[in-house]
Structure formats: C-alpha cells, structure tokens
Ligand binder design. Structure first.
Ligand SMILES: *Cc1c(COP(=O)(O)O)cnc(C)c1O
Length: 314
C-alpha cells in the first residue's frame, strides 16, 4: 500500500550517520514508499491528493529520469494516461531496457521520441506548438516537476524538518540537498527558518539562480549555492562520484543516488571541512542531508560505471 496516499501519512524518518568522521543527519525521503518516494513524490503529492479532473498527464525530459518513473507511478495510481516526450532513447537503453525507463514502460507510460520531428525546436517548444493544442484536457507538467504544483508537498517536507528539530531541541540546522531544477531546494527554503544549502548539478550556478528567480519572483529568500572548484557535467560519469557513492554505502549502510548525490556529498564534505577549520565556530550547527530518492535509476548508472571501469577510463 502506498504510504503517501494514506490519510495518516506521517512522513519520512531521520537517521544519524558518521561519514568521514563527521556526524550527519539524513532525512530518509527515499523510504517514503518503495514505488513513490524521494523529492518527485513530494512534488507530485499535491496531485496525488487533490487532482481527479484529468485523464492524461503530459511531460518531458530524459528517458532515464527519476521524474518519468515517479510520474508513471502517479498515472498508474490515478488511472491516467501518461505521455512523456523525450528527444530520443539511447540505443543501449532501447536494446536493454532497465531502471526508470523499464519501470515507467511497465507502468504503461507512453515514451515518445521526437528527435526527428522537432527539428530545431526544443522539446518544450515542440510540445507547446504541436501537442498541447490537441490535448486541451490533459495536465501538462514542466520538466522535472518544476512548477508551483510542487510547493504543497515540499512545504510538508519543511514542516517535518521543523518538527524534528523541535523534538531534538536544535535551534539551528543546516539543511543540504543537491539541485537539478532547484524546485525542491527553493520551496524548502521558503518554508524553513533554517538555512538551506545546495549545489548546482545540472548547469552553472547562474542557471540555478535563474531557476530560483523564475519560481520565487524575488518574493522570498533563495537557498545558498555552494560550489566546488572542479566543474562536473550533468550525467557524466566521474571516478570521484563513484568513489564517494561507494564509501557512503560502506560507511553509512545507505544507498544514495548516482546522478545528484555524489556532487551533493563532495560539496558537503568540503563545506564541513571548512567549518571544522573555522576556529571561531567551535560548535557548528548540525547538518541534515535530504536523501531525495531516485535509487531505482542506479541500475543504468552502475552499468555505465562498470563499462567505464572495464575500459580503464579513469
Ligand atoms: C530530481 C532529483 C533531484 C533534483 O531535484 P530538483 O527539485 O529538480 O532540484 C535531486 N536528487 C534526486 C535523487 C532527484 O531525483
């Protein structure tokens, strides 16, 4: 049974772990429900609870994305059709369906490649021009669920954190989570009195700042963006990503996700190092890292890491 749709939904637990000698609290949003978890479940929470007026949902993005999979779960629960537009499906995935792509397909999601038709248009432009005019009754959700529809579910996450800190008698906490579109970090900051720390996984810091601005319209405070010296490209495989993912698993027993979490943890490790060396701050506030789920996507990422290791491409 899906925990998220139960009326007595109580939220996710918090674990305390030690990583590289640092004590860190982990908000286990990955444990919300096996099928419907992480920040995508938070973003879709409002629709799950409130929307029964649609028969079809339309979105777009990567055929391997966590969002595609979560949307397909929502559509299955709601008995909605789900049309998900992608540029193209990579050949290795088409030949060996796995991870989010396979699960979304099994849930009945209709994954539509428009590489040939869209010409010079972006996927969103193509959908606006050719798809939505024919689908006036469908619900359209932007890539990654980056929409005001996401706010109520993320507000709920903020309330759980506030409650937890109260019970633990913490008057300050630093909340860390890696960003894609920045939707989760932004709405979390809006509804939390604590500072939210994040890092830009998808584009440059300027891209993330633009995303924040588009959703906030400058009406509330944005999260703090932390950066690393080395730039990483989204979706690429890096030895240091795999290494920190594996050492997190060994030291904490928790499996994190492989696209966003490695950069999140590398950045956080740097931040904690600076805090430790800061003599003026003898007692830095505790850190709460948000586990945003997505581990089902690790199937296809691990296959890529294995290929990289076989090729000795270090
Ligand atoms: C989607 C996702 C993110 C990025 O969330 P945004 O709200 O787009 O910033 C981060 N981590 C995981 C595991 C995700 O699935």
């Amino acid at each position: 049974m899906v925990v998220m749709i139960a009326n007595n939904f109580v939220g996710s637990p918090v674990d305390q772990v030690v990583f590289d000698g640092n004590s860190v609290f982990i908000k286990r949003d990955d444990l919300l429900d096996p099928a419907f978890s992480g920040n995508k479940a938070r973003k879709l929470y409002y629709l799950l609870e409130n929307d029964d007026s649609h028969a079809k949902v339309i979105s777009y993005g990567s055929p391997q994305s966590n969002f595609l999979y979560s949307l397909s779960e929502l559509a299955k629960l709601k008995q909605w059709k789900c049309d998900f537009y992608v540029d193209h499906v990579p050949r290795f995935l088409r030949d060996n369906p796995a991870g989010n792509y396979l699960r979304a397909r099994n849930n009945g999601a209709n994954i539509i490649s428009i590489h040939k038709e869209k010409d010079t248009l972006s996927i969103e432009e193509y959908i606006n021009k050719f798809v939505l005019p024919e689908e006036e009754c469908a619900l359209f959700i932007p890539e990654g669920g980056s929409s005001p529809l996401a706010e109520p579910g993320i507000k709920k996450l903020a309330e759980e954190i506030t409650q937890w800190a109260e019970i633990e008698k913490m008057d300050d906490v630093k909340v860390m989570l890696p960003s894609g579109t920045g939707t989760t970090a932004l709405y979390l900051q809006k509804h939390l009195d604590f500072e939210v720390l994040t890092c830009a996984c998808v584009g440059a810091n300027e891209y993330l700042e633009d995303q924040f601005q588009a959703l906030s319209k400058g009406a509330f405070q944005h999260p703090t963006i932390l950066s690393m010296q080395k730039k990483h490209h989204f979706g690429k495989v890096y030895t240091e990503f795999y290494d920190i993912w594996l050492s997190l698993k060994k030291q904490t027993g928790i499996e994190f996700e492989l696209l966003y979490d490695p950069l999140g943890w590398l950045t956080l490790r740097g931040y904690m190092q600076v805090q430790k060396n800061n003599v003026e701050q003898s007692n830095p506030p505790p850190i709460l890292y948000i586990h945003q789920g997505g581990v089902l996507g690790n199937d296809t990422m691990l296959a890529r890491y294995n290929r990289m290791k076989r090729m000795g491409n270090k």
